[in-house]
Design a protein around this ligand. Structure first.
Ligand code: SAM
Length: 261
């Protein structure tokens, strides 16, 4: 076909022609094939980026698409009167086996649904409620003013809890971790904040159970959760199966683990 259109006169001209054709035809083909692996497919922090699916942010961590954050406009849903019955939140708190002097960090605390149920159980300790939405913390601060003196709040960032190093006995995450836009950085920050031997309770709706009436990206499988926690250096202890809709997964920070800066 090319011979038909253009016939080089001698061998040098043929060589030049061949080189030009290589540049014109082959290199663009290679470039197109290379695109899925190009740098644009990753965020600056190394997260994989893709077209956002419904309710997702188009950012993936260890194969999981991160969900959108639940805005403070949804605060009343967290405090709905049917919640205790639907999720057996009373049982969940019992299963945490709290000690009276525990320092508990409720990360992604929202309205403080768990903060205020836990604070009377740790009278010699305290509950630190961390969230990235000041509107949520305002709800907690208003309520704490009238009812308790062992609740404090911290306005975190999307990548940092702002908790002091080795300061916490138990980290509690209820229906929050799956929406962290920077799960790796948040994980490292939580790991640092735990005392050696400290406990880590991760509660997420069960992805494995299609009857749990929650949007897919707001659920997590046990396998995925373990994978993401273990990469931080947390050790899985057990998964409680008593809750009707959620996994209660318990991890611990090893006593001899060197804190990574
Ligand atoms: C679905 S709500 C759950 C609230 C509470 N744990 C509960 O179960 O009632 C999730 C909360 O996580 C918070 N959140 C999202 N990303 C966060 C981050 N990186 N650090 C702290 N909180 C975060 C949101 O602002 C929201 O208040």
């Amino acid at each position: 076909m090319i011979d038909f259109l253009f016939r080089p006169r001698n061998s040098t001209a043929r060589l030049h022609f061949a080189l030009v054709m290589l540049v014109v035809l082959i290199i663009p083909v290679l470039a197109v094939r290379a695109q899925p692996f190009s740098r644009e497919a990753f965020s600056a922090e190394g997260y994989q980026m893709s077209t956002p699916s419904r309710d997702g942010i188009g950012k993936r961590y260890m194969g999981r698409e991160i969900s959108r954050v639940m805005g403070h406009q949804g605060a009343s849903w967290l405090e709905r009167s049917s919640r205790e019955q639907e999720e057996r939140t009373d049982l969940m708190i019992e299963e945490l086996n709290l000690q009276e002097d525990d320092v508990v960090a409720d990360i992604g605390a929202g309205t403080g649904y768990f903060t205020f149920r836990i604070s009377p159980l740790v009278p010699k300790g305290m509950v630190i409620a961390v969230d990235i939405q000041q509107e949520m913390l305002d709800i907690i601060e208003d309520r704490a003013e009238d009812s308790t003196d062992n609740v404090v709040t911290i306005l975190g960032t999307v990548a940092n809890t702002r908790l002091p190093e080795a300061s916490v006995d138990l980290i509690l995450l209820v229906d929050a971790y799956h929406e962290f836009s920077h799960p790796r950085e948040m994980g490292q920050s939580m790991f640092r904040a735990l005392k050696p031997g400290g406990r880590f309770a991760l509660v997420e709706y069960r992805e494995e159970d299609p009857t749990v009436p929650i949007k897919p990206l707001h659920k997590m499988s046990e396998v995925q959760a373990k994978k993401e926690m273990e990469v931080l250096g947390l050790q899985w202890q057990e998964t409680r199966t008593s809750l009707p809709q959620q996994h209660l997964m318990l991890f611990a920070k090893p006593v001899d683990k060197i804190i990574r800066k």
